[in-house]
Write a protein that binds this ligand. Sequence first.
Ligand code: SF4
Ligand code: SF4
Ligand code: SF4
Length: 319
Amino acid sequence: MSETEQKLRNEARALLEQGRVDCIIGYEAGSLKFTTTPLITADIEDAERLVINPFITNNLSVFLGDVTGKAGIVAKGCDSRSIVSLIQDQQVVRENIFIIGIPCAGVIDLNKIEKLTGKDRDELDDIARQGDRALVTVGGVKKEFQAKDVLMDDCLSCDMPTPQEYDILLDEIGPMVCDKELSRSQIKELEDMTPEQRWAFWKNEFSRCIRCYACRQVCPACFCERCFVEESEPQWISPLPRWQDNLIFQLTRMIHVAGRCTDCGECQRACPVNIPLRSLSKRMEEIVDELFNYKAGTDKDAPPLMATYKSEEAEDFIR
Ligand code: SF4
Ligand code: SF4
Ligand code: SF4
């Protein structure tokens, strides 16, 4: 067990014992190899189940609306930005949460490891991160890869891996692995296409969407009590997963998360048919920064981007 993991367990136990929080939202080991799953508990003994490792994928801030009382929440850099964004949108009251900040050196993308090794994750013995390298053991043989080739795309361009908003920070972060070009290589491929090719690309991608809404459910920025897709009067889109309606669903979602999306990458990871949703959400995040010099979730006292307007702002996007 790492020192940080032990610190987390001690802290969670103390918070629950002293009644400073009513529950803890963290990660525990998943039922499958190299996975974790969210743990939401009020039981002091469950503190021993908490883990921190390179597989803590979920953005736990999505659960803050589901718990009552004061919650202690484990937060990586991107998660803490989502929490701040929820505070800005008055979805979360700062005083009702205790943020346990954890240093994050990036989350491992199992799909990339499977591709590199040619093995299914079940066939792998071990995956370990050592600075800018990743060591993968297969059939007793250790293979070495560059960390940049196995980390999630969003982690490769992460500007704030250390939470900026926290009540306790468990550790200092080690050296980060950053490769912004690699991080946006899928977006670059799309930018290099003609409009016709891009249209054909997205038509094909959204023909595969089964409208399971996993992308919406894991997204902390999607907090509407009733999503527009479920409205029947007026009915904005058909409930049937036709590609045109799937595309409208996703593009509308992107507008709704503009200024709220922290590029946590969860929507793309959750999509069961691997639609490259981050190519939309990351580009939207970039546009928000380019147009408004605004990064989501960096100032809890700032008004939400989409709830403010300055008369000198350009309107040339409405034509
Ligand atoms: S985006 Fe940043 S904070 Fe979030 S998991 Fe990746 S490296 Fe960590
Ligand atoms: S997670 Fe994927 S398949 Fe499900 S609704 Fe979203 S885009 Fe469609
Ligand atoms: S749109 Fe995707 S990347 Fe952005 S906050 Fe939501 S889940 Fe995270």
